[in-house]
Design a protein around this ligand. Structure first.
Ligand SMILES: NC(=O)c1ccc[n+]([C@@H]2O[C@H](COP(=O)([O-])OP(=O)(O)OC[C@H]3O[C@@H](n4cnc5c(N)ncnc54)[C@H](O)[C@@H]3O)[C@@H](O)[C@H]2O)c1
Length: 398
């Protein structure tokens, strides 16, 4: 195999963005698209430059196509696991969108399907590849930050009105006002995000990429189960989880997706025994990817936090062409990693275990919030003496 031939499932706005991202990767190409909604299928095929013979309404039909080596899963989060499982069982490598799953059973579904297939599974969490993550990992490896003690991450990204409903006739996302009296309007994906913490991959993902290891226990609290800002949405405005990491580090993860939020929407912070690092909390015009970020090192004659700018440089280069990919030039990185892993038999940075180690604690945070913040354990998704690879754990019938 010289190039990975990819079929994309789901032609919502993210699936369409994937067509553009795959065009930036010389070692991959889009050879098929799959979408349930006829109008989106037609629009997606046109965008990908594919004929009707490569545009599938049914996943199983696309999976029988021998020209498809790998499947990019761009469906709603509650369907990611089943589409990934079916694709792996059909012999296709899989790269899935975040957040993998909204249930523990679905986390196990993808772990077991990957183990049983022996194929590559990657979750395309792009912030795990950003320069600040690489820099922080290096600072820890070189001992400059000391032992990590406390990590924080938050993602507040208010849902814009134009995305609350979907018009199934046009394939467009629409506002509440546009949905009124429209027989083709149905609730869009955000209605199923019952717990904001379920969408934590861009927060917990980068922290685990820095720290390695996994979360073992979680407690979570939320505001009431009805947005104060958008009263008709039965979803809390904010959830905050405290997580215990297996290297004796405490993590705080906060998420909210209803009320308006200031840019930058993401923020990460890490304290070690010998220093502190954080990403920028303010808009920085004209700077690199990390302008306004802070660094303090106890043993390096730095009396306080100083501004730094984590970004690729002429000495530590990013991927050619990535800068024009989505999400500040980060979208190409997980795809490139996946393609290299398929072609060279390697393991991606966010492999199936890391994906489950991000989604699992987040799902459990939702259960904790439903039970007044009760401290709950997180299962170990990796195989070992307690569970041979490919075998479901006790109590999971898969
Ligand atoms: N990584 C990121 O930064 C990022 C950004 C946005 C969205 N996402 C993720 O991307 C995914 C897609 O997001 P979106 O906003 O495009 O969602 P969307 O709901 O607009 O689109 C999903 C599409 O998948 C189709 N679909 C579902 N199941 C299918 C099946 N079995 N066969 C064929 N088509 C099927 C639906 O009809 C729908 O059109 C979500 O999981 C979301 O969480 C990630």
């Amino acid at each position: 195999m010289e190039r990975v031939r990819i079929g994309i499932v789901g032609m919502g706005h993210r699936g369409v963005a994937w067509i553009n991202t795959i065009r930036l990767e010389p070692l991959a190409e889009v050879v098929a698209v799959c979408e349930r909604l006829p109008v989106r299928l037609e629009q997606g095929a046109v965008r990908a430059g594919l004929g009707a013979d490569r545009a599938f309404a049914e996943l199983d039909d696309m999976l029988t196509c021998s020209e498809v080596d790998a499947v990019a899963v761009n469906v709603e989060p509650e369907y990611i696991a089943s589409v990934a499982e079916r694709s792996l069982a059909a012999g296709k490598h899989v790269i899935s969108e975040v957040p993998l799953a909204y249930t523990l059973e679905d986390c196990w579904r993808v772990v077991l399907a990957t183990e049983r297939s022996g194929l590559v599974f990657a979750m395309a969490e792009q912030r795990s590849y950003m320069p600040f993550v690489r820099a922080w990992r290096q600072l820890i490896q070189e001992g400059l930050l000391g032992k990590p003690l406390y990590g924080e991450a938050q993602y507040f990204h208010g849902l814009v009105n134009e995305r609350v409903y979907l018009d199934e006739a046009t394939g467009r996302e629409i506002s509440v006002e546009e949905a009124q009296g429209n027989p083709h309007a149905r609730k869009n994906r955000p209605w199923n995000l019952v717990h904001p913490l379920w969408y934590s991959p861009h927060s917990l993902g980068p922290l685990l990429a820095v720290l390695g290891g996994r979360v073992t226990e979680v407690s979570c609290m939320s505001t009431r189960k009805q947005s104060y800002y958008r009263e008709f949405m039965p979803i809390p405005d904010i959830e905050v989880a405290i997580m215990k990491h297996d290297d004796d580090c405490i993590l705080r993860i906060a998420c909210g997706f209803q009320s308006p939020s200031a840019s930058p929407h993401h923020w990460q912070h890490l304290i070690g025994t010998l220093g502190e690092v954080e990403t920028s909390r303010r808009l920085t015009a004209g700077s690199g990817q990390g302008g306004g970020s802070l660094l303090w090192l106890a043993n390096h004659y730095t009396p306080g936090r100083s501004e730094v700018d984590w970004g690729f440089s002429e000495y530590q280069r990013g991927l050619p062409g990535a800068a024009v990919s989505g999400h500040g030039g980060s979208d190409l990185y997980p795809l490139h990693d996946f393609v290299e892993c398929v072609l060279q038999g390697k393991t991606p940075l966010v492999d199936v275990y890391r994906a489950a180690e991000i989604a699992g604690p987040s799902v459990i945070a939702g259960h904790s919030a439903d039970h007044g913040g009760r401290l709950l354990p997180v299962p170990d998704f990796r195989p070992g003496v307690h569970r041979p690879a490919g075998q479901a754990p006790a109590g999971v019938a898969l």
